[in-house]
Structure formats: structure tokens, C-alpha cells
Design a protein around this ligand. Structure first.
Ligand code: ZN
Ligand code: ZN
Length: 241
């Protein structure tokens, strides 16, 4: 069975392709440090040790590239607990053992529904798409995208309604007050919890999405994508501030 490992810089991830399906580790790179963010092994590759192979190949690649290592991904963190062979790669002060992840709560307008997120979002920014504008009755939506398994409904699950205009977005709201809570993106396995609802959370936007349909300009110097960045499935095309 052919296995190919590569650093796909365009999609910002290490990939292990096994006869078609691709397992991958997403990352952020600076000249000195690579931060491993999230690992995904497709279900059809499960139970075959592919995750461990990917972990090893990824950490070997980090070493070969001469960068220091930071780890946000639980999978890689757990992999590194099994062996100390890569601990020398870690940036100073970083330990392989996870600190308890920070968590934040979001509630709907009336408080009947409460969700909790933990860790860090994979992406945070602003969306200017026509759907967000219409759904939120606002010109811009502040989004924070979390792995689906780091979002938990902690109160009022039965009060949550879902509206699905497209198969890519399950928009969730409180049936009691109509307040919006989050939008699940099943295809990406990510959930957008509306950043302005998260108590104690600091929104650290890195981009503007769907700027082609903006109602207002935001001259904050952040990248403005016509639709979405390539690693979120978009064209990656940029527009002026
Ligand atoms: Zn409510
Ligand atoms: Zn949008």
C-alpha cells in the first residue's frame, strides 16, 4: 500500500497519504517555530497505526526543518508522552504535558442555552458573507472556529433549534428567545461559536472572510479574503483593505 508523506505548505499541514485518503497535521509556521495545531485521521484509515506514523513523520520533519516545536494538538501531545525522543525540539518553557485547557461559556440572549468551549479556536476572524449578514441582522459576524469535540452544550440542549439553509452550515439558535448561539460546519468538522457571546474570551481575529460581499470596510490591516483562505477550502484570493 503506497504511503506518501509531505509538507503541504499551501494548506499549512503535514500530510500522510495512504492509497488515496490523507491523514494530516495542521500547523502554523514562523521562521523559528512550528506550532502543531490539529491532527485528523480519516475514519477509513483508523485502527492501522496511521496516526502514530503520521506523528513520527511530522516530528522528524520539524527536526529536519530546524524549527522549534510548540504543540496545541492533543493527539501530538499524547504521542509525545509515549517517548521522550522529540522533547528537545520543544520551545523553551513548553512541556509535553498539557496544562488544563482554558474554557469559556456562551449563553443565548435569555440564558436558557449555554455552551462551553475549551482550548483555543483554530481560526478567529470576521465574516462578511450575505448569509451571516442576514442571519445575524448585522453587517459583520465575529466568528471563532473550534474543533467540534471541544464544544459542549452544558444547558438547555432541548431548547436549541437548527436552521439549515445549506448543507455546510447548521445554524443554531435558542427556540425560547431567538438568540443565536453557534453554527456547526459538518463538512469541516468545526463549530463557529459567536465570539461576542463567549465570556472572558479575548477575540484575536487573524482575517476577514467573504470580504467581496462586505457592507462596511474594516481598515484594521488584517488580511481580507475574497471568500476563504485556501486551508479553509476557499480560493485564497485577497482583496484590498
Ligand atoms: Zn434563549
Ligand atoms: Zn458568513
Amino acid at each position: 500500500m503506497p504511503e506518501t508523506f509531505r509538507d503541504n505548505e499551501e494548506r499549512q499541514r503535514f500530510e500522510l497519504e495512504v492509497d488515496g485518503p490523507i491523514a494530516f497535521v495542521t500547523y502554523r509556521k514562523t521562521p523559528d517555530v512550528i506550532t502543531l495545531v490539529h491532527t485528523e485521521v480519516p475514519p477509513e484509515l483508523g485502527g492501522r497505526g496511521i496516526g502514530s506514523k503520521l506523528g513520527q513523520a511530522t516530528l522528524d520533519a520539524v527536526r529536519a526543518q530546524g524549527r522549534k516545536l510548540a504543540v496545541e494538538c492533543d493527539f501530538i501531545r499524547n504521542y509525545m508522552k509515549k517517548s521522550t525522543a522529540y522533547n528537545d525540539l520543544l520551545v523553551e518553557g513548553e512541556v509535553a504535558h498539557a496544562e488544563p485547557a482554558a474554557s469559556y461559556k456562551a449563553t443565548c440572549f435569555c440564558g436558557a442555552v449555554e455552551v462551553e468551549v475549551s482550548g483555543k479556536p483554530l481560526f478567529a476572524g470576521y465574516c462578511h458573507c450575505a448569509d451571516c449578514q442576514a442571519w445575524s441582522a448585522a453587517p459583520i459576524n465575529a466568528f471563532s472556529l473550534w474543533k467540534a469535540d471541544s464544544v459542549r452544550v452544558t444547558k438547555g440542549e432541548s431548547e436549541i433549534g437548527t436552521f439549515r439553509k445549506t448543507e455546510h452550515s447548521d445554524r443554531k439558535f435558542c427556540k425560547r428567545c431567538g438568540g443565536h448561539i453557534m453554527t456547526a460546519h459538518p463538512r469541516m468538522r468545526l463549530i463557529d461559536v459567536y465570539a461576542n457571546l463567549l465570556k472572558g474570551y479575548t477575540h484575536e481575529p487573524t482575517l476577514h472572510a467573504n470580504y467581496a460581499s462586505k457592507m462596511v470596510s474594516v481598515r484594521d490591516g488584517l488580511p481580507k479574503y475574497r471568500d476563504l483562505p485556501a486551508n479553509l477550502g476557499g480560493s485564497g484570493e485577497m482583496l484590498p483593505d
